[in-house]
Design a protein around this ligand. Structure first.
Ligand code: DQA
Length: 142
């Protein structure tokens, strides 16, 4: 079984982006950590990032060709994108929504997630570890 981890806009800046909120870990660090954890669970793993909504939709639509589940941190598109929600519903793969920060302890516009309407479950507030927790959940589901 294989999982595709999809990262949305500005997550390529992790490490230098608002470190008081997101910490000093880079997206490359998270990729390494997540790949190691996937290996220990016997899961294959793809790991991608895009700043472009349409490209994220293409990645979701093509995911079933090689993958059995999704982990998605849609970043700011979480709070705006009906199109990403529809894409996740459209492919029908189990999907864990992840956020590094606890979005519920932040601005109220972050309390609404279109992704949650399509996700199997949500993990937020545990930093990079959230990606590994999402894999644990998918390993059980798959
Ligand atoms: C985020 C939370 C979003 O509200 C924000 O727009 C992000 C990152 C997180 O991982 O905490 O870019 O998804």
């Amino acid at each position: 079984k294989s999982v595709l981890v999809i990262n949305g806009p500005n997550l390529n800046l992790l490490g230098k982006r608002e470190p008081e909120i997101y910490g000093h870990t880079t997206l490359d660090d998270i990729e390494r950590m997540t790949k190691d954890h996937a290996r220990s669970l016997g899961l294959g793993l793809g790991f991608v990032q895009s700043n472009h909504e349409g490209e994220l939709i293409d990645l979701i639509q093509n995911a079933p060709q090689d993958h059995d589940g999704l982990v998605i941190n849609a970043a700011a598109y979480t709070h705006t994108s009906v199109a990403l929600m529809d894409a996740i519903k459209g492919v029908g793969l189990p999907c864990v929504e992840v956020h590094l920060s606890n979005v519920f302890s932040r601005e109220s516009f972050r309390h609404t997630s279109y992704i949650s309407l399509a996700a199997t479950g949500v993990i937020c507030g545990f930093g990079p570890k959230g990606y590994c927790l999402a894999l644990d959940a998918l390993a059980e589901i798959l």
